[in-house]
Design a binder for this molecule. Structure first.
Ligand code: E4P
Length: 217
């Protein structure tokens, strides 16, 4: 499973990248707003040290303008994945931009039939939003499972990018189902390393090492 991190915070991306945990980055207008940076400038900086796909989202809602924005975003670096919303205009933009050889991430997916349309439009990634479905009392993980089955039934190459991951358990479930990628905030990815028995075991080892006067360096 590839790990993308869902943030436009450059320092947080660098910190995770140093741990070898960043295969790509996803941003959206809300995350860019949170960073307080200009969208082009911050995307360029992320692409200066991340080799994997970096999703940057268009701001227009009409296909022709989305296509123009997508082309401008794609000029930033060859690893840009242009993010378009799952609307009919977004699908049209996806078809054109993917036909030109750009990676396209179709975002704001909340149903399996939407995901089927994105695959047919040539999307590189489909982003089903797990957490936002859970927020409405709908089991978001079932959507990942349905899309996995549909894509496998027909051999679609669009990668399932499990998005709106809010918990470590979301990450585990998405991996069990076989999502190709997950994107999660840095805090969730770091929380995946935590276990109370790891802390307890380490405390015991350190205390025994100290009691025995063990030294390596
Ligand atoms: C993914 O591409 C989205 O930016 C993101 O995962 C949305 O997450 P949220 O529902 O926590 O805002």
């Amino acid at each position: 499973m590839k790990f993308f991190t869902d943030t436009a915070d450059v320092d947080a991306i660098r910190e995770l990248d140093d741990l070898g945990l960043v295969d790509g980055v996803t941003t959206n207008p809300s995350l860019v707003k949170k960073s307080g940076r200009d969208i082009i400038e911050v995307t360029k900086e992320i692409c200066s040290f991340i080799d994997g796909p970096v999703s940057a989202e268009v701001l227009a809602t009409e296909a022709d303008t989305m296509i123009a924005e997508g082309r401008k975003l794609a000029e930033i670096a060859p690893n840009i994945a242009v993010k378009v919303p799952l609307t009919l205009d977004g699908l049209k933009a996806c078809k054109v931009l993917s036909g030109e050889g750009h990676m396209v991430n179709v975002t704001l997916c909340f149903s399996a039939t939407q995901a089927l349309l994105a695959a047919k439009a040539g999307a590189s990634f489909i982003s089903p939003f797990i957490g936002r479905l859970d927020d409405m009392g709908i089991e978001g993980m079932e959507l990942i499972s349905d899309i996995r089955q549909i894509y496998d039934n027909y051999g679609f190459e669009t990668e399932i990018l499990a998005a709106s991951i809010r918990t470590v358990n979301h990450a585990k479930e998405a991996a069990l189902i076989g999502a190709d990628v997950m994107t999660a905030p840095p805090a969730v990815i770091k929380a995946m390393a935590a276990h109370p028995l790891t802390d307890k075991g380490l405390d015991a080892f350190l205390s025994d090492a100290s009691a025995a006067g063990l030294k390596i360096l």
